[in-house]
Design a protein around this ligand. Sequence first.
Ligand code: GLN
Ligand code: ZN
Length: 759
Amino acid sequence: MESHILGFPRVGSARELKFALERHWRGELSAEELLGLGRDLKTRHWKIQADAGLSLVAVGDFSFYDHVLDTAVMLGLTPERFADRDAPAFPDRYFRMARGDAHRNVPAMEMTKWFDTNYHFLVPELTPGMVPRLSCQAVIDDARLARDLGYRPKAVLLGPVTFLSLCKEYGGMERFELLSEVASAYREVLRQLAPLCEWIEIDEPILCTDMPLAAKASFLPVCAMLRTAAEGARLILGTFFGGLGDNLDLALACGFDALHLDLTRAGQELEAVVGRLPENMALSLGLVDGRNIWKTDLARAVGTARGVADRLGRDRVFAASGCSLLHSPVDVDLETGLDPTLRGAMAFAVQKCREIGVIGAVLDGGDRTEALRENAACLTARRAGAGVRDSEVRRRLEGVTPEMLSRKSPFAERKKLQNAALSLPLLPTTTIGSFPQTAEIRAARLALRRGEMDQAAYEARIKGVIADVVARQEELGLDVLVHGEPERNDMVEYFGQMLRGFAFTGNGWVQSYGSRCVKPPVIYADVSRPRPMTVSWISFAQSLTKKPVKGMLTGPVTILNWSFVRDDLPRSEVCRQIALAVRDEVLDLERSGVPVIQIDEAAFREGLPLARADQEAYLTWAVECFRLTASGVGDKTQIHSHMCYSEFGAIIRWIAAMDADVVSIESSRSKMELLEAFREYEYPNDIGPGIYDIHSPRVPGVEEMAGLVRKALAVVPAGRLWINPDCGLKTRDWPETMASLANMVEAARLVRAECLAAT
Ligand code: GLN
Ligand code: ZN
């Protein structure tokens, strides 16, 4: 029986790739050394897969930055602004595409999230006159290297239909006009890979979404073109992150030699697929979750695989990971700081390879009794683990009543009370929460962690920063102030560290983009809040000013979406537990006299399932959790929320259903889209579409921002419009922050005067 993974994490168990990339960018590591490290990592990862007993090793999954960028490079689709003939294609031009060229003022390619993950890819650009043709041999070289080392390589390619669907079109381009040229380039790759690989995987995760018609129409013709080019090699159609839904017929008709299903997310489709699988097609079973950190229930996985093998024949079944292991950390054996029972319940990429190896071996008749027994024992130990189930939390959740999900009065009445309490001007100004995290703040935190600074000294330092931030906001003339979040390293980790039910890995890094990695907290037990988390900082800030200070919290949906979540409770249930805990904090803030509270839901949109059929269920419980968090306060307390990314057109009704008094949404990167949504749907509460992009150090001018405010006024009445930046200012420097905010306040004044003159 064949066994494989869809990809291995690239960063290395000690984040070697990250550090090497950063040294290379600083000019401290040569291109040859960087390439050498890449070769080391690849060979190390192949060995891990082979040692785990996998029959195939993945090649083409490694990348020095991003696999979508690599595919664009492979196809020769370099945007004009990078087409500098003198520069070597790798690494110079490659990294300029990824990171921009500050010297020549050439912006990088745009970045966006990879399906419903927190991984970001670079968005390929299609402009008129581009001619796709095979321009890079990297995957072929890797396949040859793996073969020379004695492995059976399985090349993994991002499929042409998904690739084209992820591109952005400029200058009147129609992406699918390039289809036949793109397919020809792929045919060339396949022709060269065929002698090296028995199996080649073509990933088309776009099949797990509601595909646009043009993509649908192109799918089967492309498959036909690829099939004939693969010659001796056999093709696997890779699908993941969801079920195939309406696209199942297309997938079954592709004519490839195998179909891969992500059973961790499409389990319900297995029966239909097995029943209808064409006779000459094998089925690759994605049994091991590539996006979480828990051990697979091996007895169950073996049972599933056996059931399928009995019906299809063993030679038509593969054991596999659900998706690429790119989204999982590397090696749990390095987590020596974790509680042993908890660690025993976890599997990172290395361990996941071994799990797949065991499933394959058992199906092949091998004796893996010991491995299965140990797996079962670890799972039982975890379920029985101390503190996993907290009866007080369960009792409180059962006691949640419908009244707890609603504010006392409708928005219009709340608004009157809040206006009277806060006495805000028309077009009030505010910020999203964080102010520059300076080197001194980070140094203080490090010193505290290392024991070089005591708690009292640290708190005094942070209070000094808060006082400075409050004074600067008063000087700028902002209307609703914030404390600046200097005490937080990260908006999820900070709360996780103070809540019960969270654990933290020492080394559980996952690539977010390029050299950037995140270390998501682990929710392993029932969540509760032992004591207030933010009250002392925020009431300190409020004590310094007569202006209203806005308390800052991270919302339950975002905490959930940016953590590794236990798999023994539905996500909705875990989210409700977090919601109750944060609700307690909201009420404590109100009690201590904080008049405005912002509950950030930066990752609300990210958790939206890919298939439309599953979206409503998610939105229903996600909105409910937000309301549970926010609704305990009195009418006079003003609740804000904030969301990143502006693709909200389709879900704006759900955002309205959250019933925040004010919501700020990132929008300057694609403002027209957001305003378009308001034209079609009258958002009922107050709203602050961000009027300047905080992702860039550029200082926007007064007129520029005033123009945006006027534009927003065309679709949002003045009485409900707020003036704010796009997101937090954490990554910016003070001088540009002060200059930008001064201009923003001035723009608000200007347009406010125009509004008042008009009435
Ligand atoms: N309040 C947070 C901040 O300003 C929000 C961050 C975010 O939306 N990603 O940093
Ligand atoms: Zn944001």
